[in-house]
Design a protein around this ligand. Structure first.
Ligand code: AMP
Length: 176
């Protein structure tokens, strides 16, 4: 596959100290605003999972939604939103995970995935891996089968891959 990471990195903006001091935020809005980069990103993130029998693509609120929806359409799979606590209107399964300070909770509708479903998990950034690992636990708990993860970018220096299990993991751009 063509290496797109050089020119894609130019479309990912580094915002120091956002949303709080010490965090280097990766702003993907320039990438999303460039139609060739957006299309190429979706295609690259879909490709490794094309023949994997994916039934459902989970997008993690909020930037994960933007990528997961076109990936799902491309794979002929359904789209499933995983949202912050209290946002989904129907019955949910909740999964909590620890953050640097405190805890966060993600929710999914109880009937969104189930036994027999093969599920791809999509988000914009793999950082510490806590979010993605919580979603994989959620999929397991619901009796479905996580197939892999697909990210736009990975902050490899945070060691997220070590926390998300040994599912196939694709990231288009890596920051060492
Ligand atoms: P983590 O659970 O640490 O892997 O964090 C992943 C989640 O937090 C993803 O949903 C990202 O959208 C967000 N995130 C974490 N770190 C960053 C960052 N440096 N820039 C942008 N988003 C981030």
């Amino acid at each position: 596959m063509e290496d797109r990471s050089g020119w894609l990195k130019d479309l990912i903006r580094d915002i120091p100290d956002f949303p709080r001091p010490g965090v280097g935020f990766k702003d993907i809005t320039p990438l999303l605003a460039d139609p060739k980069a957006f299309a190429g990103t979706v295609e690259a993130m879909t490709e490794p999972f094309r023949d994997r029998g994916v039934d459902k693509v989970i997008g993690i609120e909020a930037r994960g939604f933007i990528i997961a929806a076109p990936v799902a359409l491309d794979l002929g799979a359904g789209f499933v939103p995983v949202r912050k606590a209290g946002k989904l209107p129907w019955e949910v399964h909740a999964e909590s995970y620890s953050l640097e300070y405190g805890e966060d909770t993600l929710e999914v509708h109880l009937d969104a995935v189930g036994p027999g479903d093969r599920v791809l998990i999509v988000d914009d950034v793999l950082a510490t891996g806590g979010t993605a690992a919580a979603v994989a636990r959620m999929v397991d708990h619901m009796g479905a089968e996580p197939v892999g993860y697909s990210f736009i970018l990975e902050l490899a220096f945070l060691g997220g891959r070590g926390r998300i299990g040994n599912l196939d993991t694709f990231s288009l751009v890596t920051y060492e």
